[in-house]
Design a protein around this ligand. Structure first.
Ligand SMILES: [Zn+2]
Length: 280
């Protein structure tokens, strides 16, 4: 995939493009035999839709990609349905899925940043970058991205997995949390682990990152080694946590869409031959 993000269309207007159209946070797509496709047209008007806002997202292999948001009552184009974006993972082409995520984040920002948060004046689009500027006080607003750390803590041939209060029964994942103002990523990783399960860690290493447009996070993944302490869950966010081997993983773990699963898969791949822990 060759995707070039941009705030302004480079190609000629009136050329057809991919339109990522949202209504109530759901994405318009047609699904046939498990394969979802995004409408390819000159404008949402061709589909009988009148969006309240649109944005340019970028070019995918030379094809313009747009975002659009509908509100109120809509007549859904024939053969298409508005789907929850996360449920389209695996049925949309990967490139289209992540461009849809970009479009959704930009549209969310456009909707929630119409007025200046400092003086209340209506914001104007900045012409030379993806930003909005206040004509009253000059405050510049960029799309809001909230960084969150996610970490696989390893002890020998075991991984630390926890069940958050909001997770369904039997579902466990690696620890994650939002970065606080003024904190480095490493400090954030240490604090989250200490707060949620009461242990200390060492050898924090960068693993990879992933945009998480539900609604506007950037997940920054790390691995770390157990240093000391006994697991003691905070009971507010985390209701249970434990050490698992590659052969004794919980019944339910995150799906392939997430970096959480990539971290768990990294652990199981590197411990494929390790023995089962008799404690579990
Ligand atoms: Zn202002």
């Amino acid at each position: 995939m060759n995707f070039v993000p941009s705030y302004r269309a480079m190609s000629q207007k009136n050329e057809p493009g991919l339109w990522f159209i949202f209504w109530r946070q759901k994405l318009l797509a047609s699904v046939e035999r498990g394969n979802a496709s995004i409408p390819y047209c000159k404008s949402p008007g061709e589909l009988g839709l009148k969006p309240v806002r649109t944005c340019f997202v970028g070019d995918l292999d030379g094809t313009a990609c747009y975002g659009a948001e509908c509100a109120g009552q809509v007549s859904i184009p024939e053969g298409m349905i508005f789907h929850g974006l996360r449920r389209l993972f695996g049925s949309l082409a990967d490139s289209h899925f992540w461009i849809a995520g970009r479009a959704r984040e930009i549209l969310d920002w456009e909707r929630t940043h119409q007025y200046c948060s400092q003086c209340g004046a209506p914001l104007r689009e900045k012409t030379d970058e993806r930003a909005k500027v206040c004509p009253g006080c000059g405050l510049v607003n960029y799309p809001r991205i909230s960084p969150a750390i996610i970490v696989a803590v390893i002890r020998g041939n075991e991984i630390l997995l926890a069940r958050a209060l909001r997770f369904p029964n039997g579902f466990y994942s690696v620890l994650a949390g939002f970065v606080e103002p003024g904190e480095s990523l490493e400090e954030s990783v240490k604090r989250e682990v200490r707060e949620e399960v009461g242990i200390e860690i060492k050898n924090i290493r960068y693993f990879g990152s992933q945009p998480w447009p539900f609604p506007n996070s950037l997940m920054i993944g790390f691995t770390a080694e157990y240093a000391e302490g006994e697991i003691s869950v905070d009971k507010n966010e985390i209701v249970d946590a434990g050490w698992f081997t590659a052969k004794t993983l919980p019944e339910k773990i995150p799906g392939k869409i997430s970096i959480a699963r990539r971290l768990i898969d990294w652990f199981t791949d590197s411990n494929a031959n390790a023995g089962a822990n008799p404690d579990h």
